[in-house]
Structure formats: structure tokens, C-alpha cells
Design a protein around this ligand. Structure first.
Ligand code: C2E
Ligand code: CA
Ligand code: CA
Length: 565
């Protein structure tokens, strides 16, 4: 085909066809080629994703061939040649194409030849669907979906555009589905999406992330405006939505983050936003939680720090380490075991305690990797301890998101086997946050672990709303009573009463009790009266490194009782 230079007029014509194509194709990449000049226009998204030089190009078929996987290239070239020689008028094939970052995506490319009235070939146009990326549109609401959200967020970060992002959701939609049916739930989501679009479209991008979670990204709105709008939405939903004659009253939760620091990646931003949203849901009764307010640090520092912590996970867990706090027998004060506690240390930020980063990370796709590292490291660190105290039990904290993985229990067995560790020397601690999981799934995990000889403890008993429900439904070996319930036990009669109640309940379910936060001999003496099995606290020892622990044990001081004189 002769490659005559294309005229201005021909480009204009091609552009208007391209616009029409783009509208129809929505989120798929489109291309159009003026066959007379072999000159093409390709979607901007396609050019960016695959790192092409420009949206306009001569001989795009060959330019693209360079991106097609070498193993698929011959078939691809044959297909393109057949179009240009007139052998065929349609193109429909699947191949792998190399993205700008070097990875390959599976793409389906479909196109047709458009002739004029005399049968002369004018255009070749079509669409490339990127299967790895998936669609960017949510089919239920027509809004951009999570992939669309990430794509936009990445582009704001890349262009360093300050934005406010909100994540909001309808609470208890599952119950609505159960009571009014799935269709009603779907209608609510559609109406909610429409409401958001109608009220904020000009100022924000609107997205449906998943389930009942939506997001807004705005370059114009500030915190006050978001807060004001959120109040209005809440008010509207509290009045109820009419679905097929039923007035369904709805509650919401929302979190927000202001992004002005661009030394972070989109996943970090997403995790912090999700954290703010979760806080709104779990702790703030649905009030808007602004990421900055939920931390002591300012927004910028927190985001950067969190970004550095996340990056450590992908850099061989650099900076993470475990410390161990002894658990002692309440009567003899001899060592029964230890609890492994995570730390992160870095030259810029010093030592960061886990409370400040685990709640953010729990939602993060990287967390399970860290969770596995914790188990592996705790087992290999404490293997030596068992030589001196063969009955010692090592307690490891779990996050609910770890247990969600289908392979979780297999991973635990595998790690035990590799470390040559007996299940009876391991106790896994779960907190009340595990109630966020499906109860059946949780029960299965716990029953499987116990059947294999691993102990399971319910941590921070009494701090949430559902301790009793969990204890009733799940066969825990031990309950651990949070330090907040005993801090003032020397002076406060109510704390004594509460401790009595807790131990009674544990007795009903046949669970041992461990009390945390023993700081003084006075506390110990009082708490001992309540039939408690084990103690943990600064009075015995702060969390220490494995070497410090082994040093103590080697010298024969399994007994952590202190000389009080
Ligand atoms: P937790 O499981 O309740 O751990 C006990 C916390 O209380 C530890 O704080 C410990 O240092 C502290 N503590 C122990 N004795 C005393 C005392 O006598 N007085 C006072 N004031 N505090 C005492 P830490 O190490 O900062 O851990 C905080 C929380 O972070 C843990 O609470 C646990 O929920 C979470 N966490 C720690 N390590 C891990 C981990 O490896 N995985 C997961 N998922 N969570 C972890
Ligand atoms: Ca714990
Ligand atoms: Ca605890």
C-alpha cells in the first residue's frame, strides 16, 4: 500500500469516526485506520497503557507488532496482511501484548473494513479489549468501577494533582437483600449511584468500588464541601428510599483523605482511605472520618510513613522484626510461653509500634505476605526456646484478613512442618475484629486448627461489642483480658466485679483466662484471687528480643517472679 501523506481533511474525517467509535466502545480501547494512507488514530488509554509514541501514527499494524508477544506475532502479522491484501474484511484474534511496564496483557482485537459505495477500502476500525485489565465500567450502575477508580487515582498521582477522595457505603445492605430481595438491593445501589451523580457530577468523579462501596474523587471540593454533602446524603437516606412501595431506611459510613503529597503510590492512598472508612463504620457510627483526624501525625507524614512500611514488605521485610513478651503461670510465675509482637524500625521514623500500622495494612493485598512472614519468623526464632522449655507455647497474633484466605490453614501446617515445630507449642490469637468475617468460615478455620492440635485464643476480650457472641459460637481455648479492664483494679471496685464476670463467663465455656497488663505486684495479688490461669505484663517483662529472652532462659530463670524487697 502506497504511503502518501495524509491530508488535513482526511484526518478530520477519521477523527469524527473515531469519536463515534469511542462513544460506542465506552471502556474498550478503540482504533481507526485510514487505509488509503495507512494512517491511524488509537485511543489515548491504549497509547498510555502500552507505551506507544503517539495517538496518531503511520503503519500502526507494524508498530503494534513490536508489542505483540513473539510467540503470537506470526499469527498476528498474517492477520494484518490478509486485511491489507483484501483477502479478508474482518479481524478477530487474541494475543498477548506488552504494556509500558514490560508485562504482557491478554487482548482480544476485533475490527472490520469499511468500504465506500464502489467497494473501495476506506477505513479499518475496531476495538482492543484488554482482559487483564478488565472493564472499567460497573454494569449495575454504569459508573466507573474499581479499576476505573485506580486508573484515575494513578493518573492524578502521576500528574501531581491535589485531590480529595471520599469512600462511602450503605450499611447493612446484606440485610436489605435478605428482607426485600436482591432486586431491591440492586435498585438501591442504582439509585444511590444516580443520586451521587446528580449531586456531585460536575465537581467529582463518581465510582462504584464493590458491594455497597462508592467513591468520589474531586479536584475542586474541599473537606467542608464533602462534609456538607455527606450530611445531605445521610439525611436523604434516613428519610428512606421508596422501592416497590416499601420505604427502606438506610444508614451510611464514609471516610475521606486529602492527597497533596505525591511520594506515595495509589495502594497506600487506598489503604488509608479504606481505614478511614472502616473507622467510620466500626467506631464513629457512620460519621465522616477524615484520615488526618484519625491519627496523631499530620496527614502528609502518616501517608509517607505508611508508604515506607508498605514498601518494606516488598523489599524482603526489611525493618520488620519480632519481640517476645513472656506469659507466666499466675501461681508459680514460671514461664509458660511468649507472645510474638511485631515492630517496624527505620532510620527516618525510629521504632513504630504495630497499633500504628497494622489496622491500615489489614485491608491491604500485601498483608497476607507479612502475616506469613510473622508466622515463619516467630517459629524459627522460638525454636531454640523449646530446647530449654519444651512445653512453652508461642502465641502469634492473626489479623482477620489472613484467615480469609482459603489456603490459610494449609499455610500454617506447612510452616510448622518446615520449622519442625509441634502444633501443641503454638497458639494463634484472634481479636474481635474477626467478626468482620463470615461466621461459618471462621468456625471452620478455628475447628480445623484445633483438630490439628493448635490452640486458639480470643484476644482483647470485652473491648468490642461481640465478645460473648464469639465465645458462644467458637471453641476458644483461652480468652485474654485486655489491660484496659485491670489498669485501675487496685482502686476500682467495678473493675473487680467486671473481672469476676469475665472469669465466670470463661468458666461456662471451659476456656482458660490470661490477664494482660500486669504492671505491679499489687495488681498481681488482687487478680490472682480470680482463678486466672496466666499473666502477662510489664511487671514480669516488657517485650524483648529473642536473644534477650534466650539469655534469661539459659541462665535458668524461667521464673519471672521479682524480688519485691
Ligand atoms: P495485643 O495483642 O493486645 O498485645 C499486647 C500489647 O500490650 C502489646 O503492645 C504489649 O507490648 C502491651 N503490653 C503488654 N504488657 C503490658 C503492660 O503491662 N502495660 C501496658 N501498658 N502494655 C502492655 P504492642 O506490642 O504495641 O502491640 C499492640 C497490638 O498490635 C497488639 O495488641 C496486637 O493487637 C497488634 N499486634 C502486635 N503484633 C502483631 C502481629 O504480629 N500480628 C497482628 N496481626 N497483630 C499484632
Ligand atoms: Ca495479642
Ligand atoms: Ca490483647
Amino acid at each position: 500500500m502506497a504511503e502518501e501523506k495524509i491530508t488535513e481533511k482526511a484526518i478530520k474525517q477519521m477523527d469524527s469516526l473515531f469519536e463515534a467509535f469511542s462513544i460506542i466502545a465506552e471502556d474498550t480501547h478503540v482504533y481507526i485506520c485510514d487505509m488509503r494512507y495507512n494512517y491511524s488514530r488509537w485511543s489515548k488509554t491504549l497509547v498510555e497503557t502500552f507505551g506507544l509514541e503517539s495517538e496518531y501514527m503511520y503503519d500502526a499494524g507494524h508498530v503494534w507488532a513490536e508489542h505483540v508477544h513473539p510467540d503470537d506475532r506470526e499469527a498476528y502479522n498474517k492477520g494484518i496482511d490478509a486485511l491489507f491484501t483484501g483477502e479478508t474484511t474482518e479481524h478477530d484474534m487474541q494475543y498477548r501484548a506488552r504494556r509500558a511496564d514490560g508485562e504482557y496483557d491478554i487482548c482480544t482485537c476485533r475490527g472490520i473494513i469499511i468500504n465506500d459505495m464502489e467497494g473501495k477500502t476506506l477505513y479499518f476500525g475496531g476495538a482492543i479489549r484488554n482482559h487483564s485489565q478488565g472493564s472499567l465500567i460497573d454494569t449495575l450502575t454504569g459508573l466507573r468501577n474499581q479499576y476505573g477508580f485506580f486508573a484515575d487515582l494513578k493518573s492524578y498521582i502521576m500528574n501531581k494533582t491535589p485531590i480529595h477522595i471520599a469512600m462511602g457505603g450503605i450499611r447493612k445492605l446484606t440485610e436489605v437483600n435478605e428482607v426485600y430481595g436482591y432486586q431491591a438491593g440492586n435498585q438501591i445501589l442504582q439509585r444511590f449511584g444516580r443520586y451521587l451523580q446528580d449531586h456531585v457530577r460536575n465537581k467529582s468523579g463518581v465510582y462504584r468500588l464493590d458491594g455497597s462501596r462508592f467513591a468520589l474523587i474531586s479536584t475542586e471540593q474541599n473537606e467542608e464541601m464533602f462534609d456538607y454533602q455527606y450530611d445531605k446524603i445521610r439525611e436523604a437516606l434516613r428519610k428512606g428510599i421508596n422501592i416497590d412501595g416499601s420505604n427502606i431506611i438506610l444508614e451510611t459510613s464514609a471516610g475521606m483523605i486529602h492527597l497533596e503529597d505525591f511520594n506515595v503510590d495509589y495502594q497506600t492512598v487506598y489503604s488509608c482511605l479504606t481505614y478511614a472508612y472502616q473507622q467510620s463504620k466500626v467506631k464513629n457510627n457512620g460519621d465522616l472520618v477524615i484520615f488526618r483526624n484519625s491519627l496523631n501525625d499530620d496527614n502528609r507524614k502518616s501517608l509517607e510513613k505508611f508508604h515506607a512500611i508498605r514498601a518494606s514488605i516488598t523489599h524482603g521485610f526489611e525493618g520488620f522484626y519480632l519481640v517476645y513478651q513472656p506469659v507466666v503461670d499466675s501461681n508459680t510465675e514460671k514461664l509458660l510461653g511468649v507472645e510474638a509482637l511485631l515492630r517496624w524500625k527505620n532510620d527516618n521514623y525510629g521504632v513504630i509500634p504495630p497499633d500504628l500500622f497494622i489496622p491500615f495494612l489489614e485491608q491491604d493485598p500485601l498483608f497476607p505476605q507479612l502475616g506469613e512472614w510473622i508466622i515463619e519468623t516467630a517459629l524459627s526464632d522460638t525454636k531454640k526456646l523449646l530446647e530449654y522449655v519444651p512445653e512453652a507455647v508461642v502465641n502469634i497474633n492473626l489479623s482477620y484478613s489472613q484467615m480469609e484466605k482459603i489456603s490459610f490453614t494449609d499455610t500454617v501446617w506447612e510452616k510448622l512442618r518446615k520449622a519442625g515445630f509441634s502444633p501443641k507449642n503454638l497458639c494463634l490469637e484472634v481479636t474481635e475484629r474477626c467478626r468482620l468475617l463470615d461466621m461459618e468460615l471462621l468456625r471452620n478455620v478455628i475447628v480445623t486448627l484445633k483438630a490439628g492440635g493448635i490452640r486458639v485464643a480470643l484476644d482483647d476480650f470485652g473491648t468490642g461489642f461481640s465478645s460473648l457472641g464469639l465465645l458462644k459460637n467458637l471453641p476458644f481455648d483461652t480468652i485474654k483480658i485486655d489491660k484496659s479492664f485491670v489498669m485501675n483494679i487496685e482502686k476500682d471496685e467495678r473493675e473487680k466485679q467486671l473481672l469476676r464476670n469475665f472469669t465466670d463467663i470463661a468458666g461456662v465455656f471451659g476456656a482458660y483466662v490470661c490477664v494482660e497488663g500486669i504492671e505491679t505486684p499489687g495488681m498481681r495479688d488482687i487478680i490472682r484471687e480470680y482463678g486466672i490461669h496466666s499473666f502477662q505484663g510489664y511487671y514480669y517483662s516488657k517485650p524483648i528480643t529473642i536473644d534477650e529472652l534466650l539469655e534469661k532462659v539459659k541462665t535458668g530463670s524461667y521464673c519471672f517472679a521479682r524480688d519485691e524487697k
